[in-house]
Design a protein around this ligand. Structure first.
Ligand code: HGY
Ligand code: MN
Ligand code: MN
Length: 414
């Protein structure tokens, strides 16, 4: 019996609403920062649901949380599915959470279908996918895949100066009965379900996105140094105004990234001015850059020009600048075999599908280097995400979960 027949729309939706209550915001969104007490609450809730299904929970030293469904061959490399429970500060109910709860629902559907598999199946909630509190994002999956040194990831600090290492210790301690393993183990295949976070599926009237790959992304942190001075007495001609330097850098970077075909994605999401007094000339500015493109050569060409543009503008404004690249992930294509399995499952279920790349980044980008990997998208209302208004329908969430359940079961018998 196909597990998809046992996917329960109401149960899946109910769990989304329960999880959304953890970090709920006043306008319907969710703020559940990575490795916060709220993140720990969400993880405990997931472990409780998983244990009730007979799944065996464990963690790794990066805080990735795993729930294992036994297979007939315990030693076989598992099939894995999942996503993340951390959110943006003004995040939605579904970004990340859907992939975790769709995986849980798929496993429950397999239980109800009486479907055993040769391989174990592991559900994962990756640590710090968003990169909102700690940069870079996708830190848990990067550590699992060995794509970034653990000590660098653990040393990252948030605005309050709290390190990943410190926050992680509290989260691991919040479930002391769970074994903690070193990161990384062999994975046979990985499939992640996620809302599209864009409007294509909705605009084209499709229910399932068969994701072919993820565009590349390069993140930078920029620190601009000037000289604090009295705003009322210091002549403009002698100021070393860090804000003026930073503003000119952002303008010049926008010119560098100008793309009449509107494929380049460029964002300055964080811009902090110090000391932040109305009558002191700013002595320091910190800002972040998120630059993305589907073409590897363009990512190199434009990304490599960022530091030189900042230095040019710094010189013109008499300030200093330090540009640090905090992550650089090239475009990735998903495994053709997994992609075709997802497409075939959608077709069998009679779900209109669209083969499409992902503009958003996901943990699947790191898994793709380890094992055959694919993703399943479902529509979200008007393509809105990273916004409290993020919304999806119970039927769309269930449709993607049905595809996921059948694909996981088949992969786990492979
Ligand atoms: O930034 C991203 O693409 C993801 O939604 N965290
Ligand atoms: Mn996400
Ligand atoms: Mn996100």
């Amino acid at each position: 019996m196909s597990p998809s027949r046992h996917v329960d729309v109401a149960r899946l939706w109910r769990r989304h609403m329960e999880m959304a209550a953890i970090g709920a915001l006043s306008r319907g969104g969710v703020n559940r920062p990575a490795l916060s007490p709220l993140d720990a609450d969400a993880r405990r809730r997931l472990v409780g649901w998983g244990r009730a299904l007979g799944l065996e929970p464990f963690q790794d030293t990066m805080g990735n949380l795993f729930l294992r469904r036994a297979g007939d061959e315990p030693g076989a490399a598992p099939v894995m599915t999942g996503s993340h429970l951390d959110t943006q500060p003004t995040g939605g109910k579904f970004d990340g959470t859907y992939g975790v709860l769709a995986g849980l629902e798929a496993l429950e559907a397999m239980n109800e279908a009486g479907r055993r598999t040769r391989r174990p199946i592991v559900l994962v909630a990756w640590t710090n996918e968003e990169g909102a509190r700690f940069q870079p994002g996708c830190a848990g999956s990067a550590a699992f895949a060995g794509h970034a040194p653990m000590d660098r990831l653990l040393a990252a600090v948030d605005r309050a100066g709290v390190s990943v290492d410190t926050a992680l210790a509290d989260v691991l301690a919040s479930q002391p009965d769970l074994p903690v393993l070193p990161p990384g183990f062999p994975v046979h295949a990985y499939v992640e379900a996620h809302i599209e976070q864009g409007p294509r599926l909705e605009n084209e009237g499709r229910t399932v996105g068969v994701v072919t790959g993820i565009q590349g992304a390069r993140w930078f942190a920029v620190e601009v140094g000037g000289v604090e001075a009295h705003a009322g007495t210091t002549p403009m001609a002698v100021r070393r105004d860090a804000l003026w330097g930073a503003v000119n850098m952002v303008r010049a970077l926008r010119e560098l990234m100008h793309d009449p075909t509107d494929v380049v994605r460029f964002n300055v999401g964080r811009f902090e001015v110090g000391p932040g007094s109305p009558n002191t000339v700013p002595g320091r500015v910190f800002f972040t850059i998120d630059f993305r493109h589907p073409d590897a050569a363009t990512l190199v060409r434009l990304g490599d020009a960022v530091a030189a543009v900042c230095r040019r503008e710094a010189e013109a404004c008499g300030v200093t600048v330090a540009v640090t690249e905090t992550s650089n992930t090239p475009p990735v294509d998903f495994d053709a075999g997994v992609v075709s399995r997802i497409a075939a499952a959608a077709d069998r279920l009679g779900l209109p599908r669209l083969d499409m790349p992902s503009g958003a980044g996901h943990d699947a980008r790191h898994l793709a280097a380890l094992c055959p990997t694919g993703m399943i998208f479902v529509p979200c209302e008007k393509g809105i995400s990273h916004n409290e208004a993020e919304n999806a329908t119970p039927d769309h969430l269930a449709a993607g979960t049905k595809v996921l359940a059948d694909v996981l079961a088949d992969l786990a018998d492979g």
